[in-house]
Structure formats: structure tokens, C-alpha cells
Design a protein around this ligand. Structure first.
Ligand SMILES: NC(=O)c1ccc[n+]([C@@H]2O[C@H](COP(=O)([O-])OP(=O)(O)OC[C@H]3O[C@@H](n4cnc5c(N)ncnc54)[C@H](O)[C@@H]3O)[C@@H](O)[C@H]2O)c1
Length: 334
């Protein structure tokens, strides 16, 4: 039975990945330093004998090596990171520490302990920067990150590539587009809108809401990550996207419709308002994901309508999730 480490396992994608790995009967060791976006609620009820958790910072090399020695994982899915672009503009220090130095530390630990451990390093489409017109970025597009967040992710990708080439470690990089689904912290667009609708608050959207993003349901991304572990080629990177691009305003209207379709009463204060754009805001991301589709036979299964519906259902059924959060951690940004 394969043993995996998932870093950042109490976060949005990490917790969905852990649930999927356990469902497939793998052993999982969750390493998370439990920052503001980590939610214990995300893995409540997980009582499998195949699941372990330790509160550890990936910057703590001694602790990481100790876990590698004891647990002897076949693979590490690295999802530990600071992830909110607005926060990275306000103060980049945690992004440098967790997204660059943290990855450097993991690479050193693997290099020193066992180079056969396969690292799946989870990166983002934002490393390619603004993709204007109708182009879609393939894996050989240059990196032109615009925000301190995307620059920190780009730096970590370069470090991973350098360790594969120079130190012969075994690693694969994924560059995925915007994820949505259950368990996402409401500083991000979709859960933020759902939270505000449920709490009779306005729906703030940057600029005129025309920015285009490619949305993928989180389980489709997690499926692809598992494929990368088993079939991805070491030293290579793979784009992971749904091919579905839509504007923020289109998406927010779709979420609103999802509530009215369920005959849920919408409060009077729930109105779209346009707020001042953030500096350096990329207009469009769009991936060409043909490589993973052709070479690894992966394809996304959940379309946008179904995915939004599943997401809205989850938040409606799990309003306790919101109750456990400190509103100060997500209301500040908009
Ligand atoms: N959410 C998206 O749309 C998206 C898209 C593409 C790629 N990604 C990437 O996926 C990864 C996970 O994103 P997410 O949306 O789940 O983020 P998240 O903020 O929900 O979760 C991040 C988790 O990492 C943990 N963490 C942060 N720094 C740590 C450290 N130094 N040591 C241990 N744990 C630490 C946090 O406590 C948290 O639980 C990130 O690397 C992100 O760049 C996210």
C-alpha cells in the first residue's frame, strides 16, 4: 500500500486530496502548520487508521526529516503555501518564507534523506502571467508572474526543476487553474460570494468583473495530481485545466441563480457592487492542457453548472464551517 505525505492538508485542495487518497485506500500523513486558512472542520470525521496528522511547518527541516525517516513515504504532494494574491500585495514576507524557502527545505530534506521519494509540487497557472487574446499557455510558455504570490510560486517551480536536474531527485510539477468546490476559505471569490449571500451582504467584484479565469472543480484537480504521481514523467510539468473560461461577473450571477433556483430567499443587501481593482491584476489566464489529456489520459469530469451546484449545496449544508471561522480573516480584503 502506497504511503503519501500531503503538506497543507487542512487547506482547501489538500483536504479534498486527502479524502480522495483515503477513499482509494492509500495511507496519508498530513503535515500542516495550521495557518489562518487551515480548517480542522475540513477533515472532521476522518478517523481512518490510514490517516496521520502532525502540526509541522515545512520550513522545519529536522521535523520533516524525522517524519520521512519514520513514515518512509513513496510520495509527497506539496500543497503547503500562502495562496491569496491580495495578501501577497499587502505583505509578501510569508509568501517568500512558505512558498520559496519552504519548498527549498522540502527539496533539501528529500535530497538528504531519499531521492527516490517522488515529489508532486503543486503550482499554478498564474506563473504564466496575463494571457491575452485567445491564446492558451502550454507548458513551454515563459514564466512572467505579475504578483508576489505568482512570483513566489514561479521561484519554487524553478527550484524544483533545478533539484531534478542537478541532484537527480524525482519530482513532477502541476500548473493548475483556479479551483473551486467544498472547503475553500472564503477569502476567495466563490465561497466569499456564497458567504455574503447567506449573510445578506453585498457582493463586491473587482473593477467591472470582466477578468477571465479558467475554473476547475477541485476533485478533478485532485484526480490529476494522483495521476501525476503514478504516470507523470520526472522533471516534467503538466498544465491542469478544465478549458472553461468565464468572467467573474458571469460566475457571480451563476452563483446567485443557483440560490434562486433552490428558492432560497435572497436578502435586500445582496447586490453586486464594483470595487477598485487591485494593482497588477492579470486580466486573463487560460491553459492548454492537451499534454495531460493526451499523455496521461486525464480529463475533467465535472462541468461548471454541476460543480457550482455541488459547491453551493456543500456550503448550505455546512454552514457550521463558516461559524468556526474568524470573519476578520476574510472580510478585510473586500
Ligand atoms: N486554490 C486554487 O485555485 C489553486 C490553483 C492552483 C494552484 N493552487 C496551489 O495549491 C496549493 C494549495 O492551495 P489551497 O487553495 O488549498 O490553499 P489554502 O490556503 O486553502 O491551504 C494552504 C494550506 O497550507 C498550509 N501551510 C501554509 N504554509 C505552510 C507551511 N510553511 N508549513 C506547513 N503548512 C503550511 C496552511 O496552513 C493551509 O492549510 C497552493 O500551493 C496553491 O498555490 C491553488
Amino acid at each position: 500500500m502506497k504511503r503519501f505525505i500531503v503538506t497543507g492538508g487542512y487547506g482547501f485542495i489538500g483536504s479534498n486530496l486527502i479524502k480522495l487518497l483515503l477513499k482509494k485506500n492509500f495511507k496519508v500523513f498530513n503535515i500542516d502548520k495550521l495557518s489562518y486558512s487551515a480548517q480542522k472542520y475540513n477533515l472532521r470525521g476522518v478517523k481512518s487508521k490510514n490517516y496521520f496528522f502532525k502540526k509541522v511547518d515545512i520550513n522545519n527541516k529536522k521535523a520533516i526529516i524525522k517524519i520521512l525517516r519514520k513514515y518512509k513515504p513513496h510520495g509527497i504532494f506539496n500543497l503547503a503555501a500562502d495562496t491569496h494574491v491580495d495578501r501577497s500585495i499587502n505583505d509578501s514576507s510569508n509568501f517568500i518564507k512558505n512558498n520559496i524557502l519552504g519548498v527549498y527545505n522540502l527539496l533539501e530534506a528529500i535530497k538528504n534523506y531519499d531521492k527516490k521519494i517522488r515529489l508532486i509540487h503543486v503550482s499554478t497557472d498564474e506563473v504564466y502571467g496575463d494571457i491575452l487574446g485567445s491564446k492558451r499557455s502550454s507548458e513551454n510558455f515563459p514564466y512572467t508572474p505579475s504578483s508576489p504570490y505568482s512570483a513566489s510560486k514561479a521561484s519554487s517551480d524553478h527550484l524544483v526543476n533545478a533539484y531534478v536536474r542537478t541532484h537527480k531527485i524525482d519530482a513532477v510539477i502541476s500548473n493548475c487553474s483556479n479551483n473551486y468546490g467544498p472547503r475553500q476559505f472564503p477569502e476567495k471569490l466563490i465561497p466569499k460570494m456564497i458567504y455574503n449571500i447567506l449573510n445578506n451582504k453585498p457582493l463586491p467584484i473587482y473593477s467591472k468583473g470582466k477578468n477571465l479565469r479558467e475554473w476547475i472543480y477541485v476533485n478533478d484537480h485532485c484526480d490529476a495530481l494522483i495521476k501525476l504521481f503514478f504516470k507523470g514523467r520526472s522533471g516534467e510539468k503538466y498544465n491542469i485545466g478544465s478549458g472553461i473560461n468565464c468572467s467573474n461577473i458571469f460566475l457571480v450571477k451563476k452563483i446567485l441563480k443557483s440560490f434562486t433556483d433552490r428558492r432560497i430567499k435572497i436578502g435586500k443587501k445582496v447586490k453586486i457592487i464594483f470595487v477598485k481593482d487591485r494593482p497588477g491584476h492579470d486580466f486573463r489566464y487560460a491553459l492548454n492542457s492537451n499534454k495531460i489529456k493526451k499523455k496521461l489520459k486525464w480529463k475533467p469530469k465535472i462541468n461548471l453548472n454541476r460543480g457550482i451546484s455541488k459547491t453551493v449545496d456543500w456550503y448550505i449544508k455546512n454552514q457550521k464551517y463558516f461559524k468556526k471561522l474568524n470573519e476578520k480573516n476574510f472580510s478585510y480584503w473586500w
